[in-house]
Design a binder for this molecule. Structure first.
Ligand code: ATP
Ligand code: MG
Length: 422
């Protein structure tokens, strides 16, 4: 067992000592079998939630109606969930009723995919009634039981299918893929926050290119509750029929090399030629937090600022954009263009990068003259003019026309001040 699971053994043992069955389930079992590092340890048990609560001194009643108690052991939280079945799904998203049961089989039956429906006991023995291990070996994503029924119950499972297929670069079994195509419009019933969370995990994952290919081929995103301008555009880029293996016209391979998720979103919008407003609309529909939305759209603004600039204007446009949208956005945009040989500015990235690195200051804070010093130097009352003048100085410093030294800056400010007055 991996260390994280070893550390959880006392929780399993305590449940066993009190006559309950308790096993590891879900992602931690799957990742262990695959030899991947595990993220968190989930436990399933025949003990009822109130019994779990009474056995462990430190726990949080996370979702009692669903049977989940978070148990703290050595300060590590474990989700301990009572074996349960689900029934009568409401609007293709949530079970109306969950029923606690005594047997593990029934609990595994409610799970989404065969590779996620394996359990492991304290001795490391695998319990795998749906042949998840065979599917892991064959590298196939397959629903537990009848795929049509599973997607009708909970439409989020369609996105999870694509997420796991892309994360592990697995194929999707034919019956599961066909069911996904048949029931894709049920995605409209899923809250956009949950859609966002799955998409975000796909895009930040190891193979966002594969995720986009599957999203395009399935046309799944065209059935979101709030329409996404990016969805149709993405599907257009997919050749031929809705085959799970059909290739994308734009392969997005370089996405995998980009470090952070926000750069990847920026690169996707740029590659698809999505205008800023539509990108914003897409991110808003997906309920992206403002901070991330700004980070992503700033990349597109950088793009707009340097797009179509003649060689002579490029340095000015670039410098202006760096000061306006920030160094971080500039670096993100650079990494995208550097990785994309098709981009018109691809061959300029070294030059742009050199210019960026040689900018002595890119923020007003880094300027060796502040508002108070400027006002004193010009013998004027500080006002809105100070900020404007400092920005003008900053631009010249960033363009390497002016040294970032207090005396030189003040001297230049005095010249401009006289010019402005005459
Ligand atoms: P990750 O490593 O991404 O956390 P995970 O398999 O642990 O993967 P979770 O979303 O944490 O995924 O869910 C834990 C387990 O709960 C899954 O392995 C699966 O067995 C089950 N599960 C989660 N969501 C669903 C769902 N919508 N329908 C059915 N079973 C689900
Ligand atoms: Mg998990």
């Amino acid at each position: 067992l991996p260390t994280l699971m070893e550390q959880a053994l006392p929780v399993l043992e305590k449940l066993a000592q009190n006559g309950f069955e308790a096993v590891f389930v879900g992602g931690c079992v799957r990742d262990t079998v695959m030899g991947l590092p595990i993220k968190d340890v989930d436990i399933a048990t025949s003990a009822r939630p109130e019994q779990v609560l009474s056995l462990f001194p430190r726990c949080i009643p996370t979702g009692l109606q669903h049977g989940t108690v978070t148990v703290l052991h050595d300060d590590v939280p474990y989700e301990v969930t009572t074996f349960r079945t689900e029934s009568e799904y409401e609007k293709h998203r949530r079970p109306m009723r969950v029923e606690f049961i005594d047997r593990l089989d029934g609990d595994l039956l409610r799970r989404d995919l065969t590779i996620n429906a394996m359990a492991m006991n304290a001795a490391g023995v695998l319990y795998d009634p749906f042949n998840g291990l065979v599917d892991l070996d064959k590298r196939v994503i397959r629903c537990v039981g009848d795929a049509d029924a599973r997607f009708q119950e909970d439409a989020l499972r369609m996105l999870r299918t694509i997420r796991f297929a892309s994360q592990f670069e697995f194929s999707i079994s034919q019956s599961t893929w066909r069911a996904l195509l048949r029931y894709r419009e049920l995605l409209q019933h899923i809250a956009m926050e949950r859609v966002q969370s799955e998409i975000d995990r796909m895009i930040s994952g190891a193979h966002p290119d594969r995720a986009l290919q599957l999203l395009a081929a399935s046309r799944l995103l065209q059935h979101c509750g709030t329409s996404l301008p990016v969805a149709a555009k993405l599907a257009e880029g997919c050749s031929g029929a809705a085959d799970s293996k059909s290739a994308l016209y734009y392969p997005f391979r370089e996405l995998n090399e980009l470090e952070d998720a926000d750069s990847r979103y920026g690169a996707i919008f740029m590659a698809l030629g999505i205008p800023l407003l539509q990108a914003e609309e897409t991110l808003k529909a997906l309920r992206f937090p403002a901070q991330r939305m700004n980070a992503i759209t700033a990349i597109l603004c950088m793009q707009a600022a340097v797009d179509n600039k003649q060689k002579d204007d490029l340095r000015l446009a670039w410098t202006y954009a760096v000061l306006h949208y920030g160094e971080e956005s500039a670096l993100r945009w650079l990494s995208i263009v550097h990785g994309n040989k098709q981009h018109v500015l691809h061959s300029q990235t070294n030059q742009l990068s050199t210019w960026l690195n040689s900018m002595p200051a890119v923020t007003l804070k880094q300027l060796k003259l502040n508002g108070r010093q400027l006002a004193e130097g010009l013998n004027k009352e500080p006002g809105t003019w100070t900020g404007l003048l400092l920005k003008r100085l900053l631009l010249d410093v960033a363009l390497d026309k002016l040294p970032n030294e207090q005396e030189a800056l003040l001297k230049q400010a005095q010249i401009w001040n006289i010019e402005d007055q005459s």
